[in-house]
Ligand binder design. Sequence first.
Ligand code: ADP
Ligand code: MG
Length: 678
Amino acid sequence: KSARWDLKDNESKHLPIYQHKPKLIQAVKNSTFLVVTGETGSGKTTQLPQYLHEAGFCKNGKIGITQPRRVAAITVAQRVAEEMQYTLGREVGYQIRFDDCTSQDTVVKYMTDGCLLREILADPGLSQYSVVILDEVHERSLNTDILLGLLKKIFSNSPKASKSRSFPLKVVVMSATLETDKLSAFLSNCPVFTIPGRTFPVTCTFGSAVGPKDTESTSYIKEVVNMALAVHTSEMAGDILVFLTGQSEIERACDLLFEKAESIDYRYDVQDQTVEGLLILPLYGSMPTDQQRQIFQPPPPGIRKCVVATNIAATSLTVNGVKYIIDSGFVKQLNHNSRVGMDILEVVPISKSEAQQRAGRAGRTSAGKCFRIYTKEFWEKCMPEYTVPEIQRTSLTAVILTLKCLGVHDVIRFPYLDSPEERFILEALKQLYQFDAIDRRGNVTQLGELMVEFPLHPGLTRAVLKATSLGCKDLLLPVAAMLSVENIFIRPGHPDKQKEAEKKHRVLAAKSGGTNDFATLLTVFQSCKSSDRPSEWCKENWIHWRALKSAISVETQLRDILLRLQQNRDIPKETFDGKKSEVFRRCLCTGYFTNVARRSVGKVFCTMDGHGSMVHIHPSSSLFDQEAGLNWVIFHDVLVTSRMYIRTVCPIRYEWVKDLLPKLHEVDVYELSSVARQ
Ligand code: ADP
Ligand code: MG
């Protein structure tokens, strides 16, 4: 064996989990369900699958490990492939939506929880797997919660569950220390394996920068930067981990930090220890994986590392060497907004338990310090005790359709670890009915069966299917792909550059008529794809090349899925004689009739979904400042800041949605609910 292998091997032998290897393997063998718990960083995610592989669990089938976060699935698979000295994508691989890096040989497969949910749809017995590990269960992501309920339902009475299985499935549920009794009770009182771990004390201090009145302000970016610099210039050696909210905030903080760190005078030593520089590293979900890997590497001697991260660094990824935490007190969270009737990404205060988890990251290898920029009063008045599980705060439309397709008719009495409010389930049923995915009796329609195969929001799927029927899927597929990736328009922070970027974006919008943001997306996609040097084209036009590249790949995959569906199922043909721009917008209407707004006065629009919310067109839209000429519009999503803004907007004619709008009010939810209760 090579020297490199020995090094890695030794490293993993120091992890707390290592001493428990034989007992753990035995525990997995002993029962169908097993809960494994241990401090973040103890080695659960990277080591347990390797132990099971070594113990021969891959003879009959694969080991599948789910992660709520895409990035975690990728980086961990990379790490494990490296440790096992395999090429990523062969024996060890990963699969996330739109990115499958596995092969026939893959036996250890990391994947997002959404991917495993899809696999259950195709094969409820999971016959290809010998072990399924649900990881990061304490995060309580929607899909992981649903998987828990499904695996309990399918396998708790019969570990072989289906005829397609010749041997029993093992289900391991892994969680940081929280709620293990509850998990065990949920899974028929299954055994709990606790990996004892040593943690060191972390001293927490409250700040004065963010108080109860500041829940809406964004001053926390500046504050964490100041705090990081204060720590850097006054505390002993040791790396810093800053918790912020999202990509743009992190990029801004890194720019600010970089600017300020440049002017530090290093002629003195910090408390007798030489710290001569600051290595600033961002960490968020959508950044390129090779950049993400940097955060795991130790900094050069004398240099302090400062990682500015989203919540991803709280439990999914462990950065070694961290001694100082700077906690902004905020997180970006997807919440269902019943006022608007849809899911909205919001910046909200974290929970107290989340704050404790963040602080704990400083005490893995020695005593640490956590600097909270918020006041004690903010902690007491604004931060809830625990984070509400996603299932209780986001739209259930897609998962309810999945459950229905799996034959779970009574979606209200499904075994949920924590039940969502009944009205959320009803709202999901109503939306499925509106999109024609289920009928009045709550049964899945043909369209619903097509929809569940498509990894997009039901509305967008419906628009794509309509376009397919009308023979113009080339118009809709790129748009669907563009809406599935992160924002593609670059918005530079510098005012001059911002003007330049906006000018370029206006030119692109004008190319597609200048009055339809969906058409602009199509134009950008086509122009870039047909360009000889697409990356340069993007640079010139202030477009994120990386995002566009993934949109191109997503479009190809959606196209493949659609072709496969067309072969197996009947997608009805329709004809339309009208202008191309009209057919495009009409297809959009079939998916977005739930997002229709009508101009009331001046620049104010009123949504037609029964909520009657007052909304404004977002400045990023090409229709901004053209409101006077508009009457009816559809929009992709809503951004709530001081106002409610609609983004990605397209003008329509009332006649196009006239027949669809009544569907929003036609069905009495109780009619659907009585079906759900049957
Ligand atoms: P757990 O799942 O119990 O939180 P992990 O298995 O994720 O623990 O992590 C165990 C150790 O492996 C940690 O010290 C972590 O820093 C290290 N590690 C994980 N991924 C990587 C990577 N890509 N590169 C270097 N070290 C890593
Ligand atoms: Mg883990």
